[in-house]
Design a binder for this molecule. Structure first.
Ligand code: SF4
Length: 235
């Protein structure tokens, strides 16, 4: 008879160890599980979001055929990493898979916060780095109102609490509407420990981001944090 972790499978693009390069836990060592596919299309996306026939395992140097089992992924959880980072693509597309994994190390979820019903399936999540997409991030703008509502619901489901640290990340392209960001922040301020303003890598002028920070600190702690792994040139 198979264990639960053996019975669920997922399309994983790659497995690797590196440092966390974004958000308030920058620098911690993590095992990254990067899932294939995403339900959104962002103008600044820097990861492949399509099908992944194979899973590239940088820990062992092997390439294995997808889908892979939960048991396979869990076999790389180890005590030298601070936590297991589920990223993508969109990891909530694999909520059933994550829910069945043994929580040997803390779970850190990087998500676009668009799938509240999937988020409800997660039994353990210790850290949530949740995006709140700005309208200008999306290639298909007409879906923004629905995405806004789902994002608020998702933050409610995965909210900051005694045994979970949840923060909200606004990834800011060169042009964005500060009023809309403030409205978004107001709608989830009770569910997060802080806001992170992350300018898209390579965006030169930060005046508008600094101005926005001055407004958001009245609502909740707000930090400007770039993608440090890109400056360091690591995965
Ligand atoms: S949500 Fe993330 S992975 Fe998906 S398209 Fe946007 S940036 Fe890419």
């Amino acid at each position: 008879m198979c264990s639960k972790a053996e019975s669920v499978q997922a399309e994983v693009r790659e497995i690797f160890e590196s440092i966390q390069g974004e958000g308030i836990l920058i620098g911690i060592r993590q095992l990254f599980v990067r899932f294939a596919r995403c339900n959104l299309s962002c103008v600044y996306c820097d990861t492949p979001t399509g099908v992944a026939e194979n899973c590239i395992n940088h820990v062992t140097g092997e390439t294995v055929r997808n889908p892979v089992s939960g048991e396979y992924v869990a076999s790389f959880f180890n005590a030298k990493v601070h936590s297991i980072c589920f990223t993508g693509g969109e990891p909530l597309l694999y909520a059933d898979f994550i829910a069945e994994l043994p929580e040997i190390r803390p779970f850190y979820l990087e998500t676009n916060m668009s799938l509240p019903e999937e988020a409800k399936k997660l039994r353990h999540v210790d850290f949530v780095a949740g995006d709140f997409k700005v309208r200008e991030a999306l290639l298909v703008e007409e879906s923004y109102e629905e995405l806004f509502e789902n994002t608020v619901k998702c933050f409610r489901v995965l909210k900051n609490k005694r045994n979970r640290l949840t923060f909200c990340k606004f990834v800011l392209p060169e042009k964005f509407d500060s009023g809309e960001v403030i409205n978004s922040a107001e709608s989830i301020k009770d569910y997060v420990c802080c806001f992170v303003l992350q300018p898209v890598f390579g965006v030169g002028r930060l005046d508008a981001v600094i101005k926005l920070q001055k407004e958001l600190v009245d609502i909740r702690d707000t930090r400007i944090i770039p993608q440090v792994h890109k400056y360091l040139g690591v995965l």
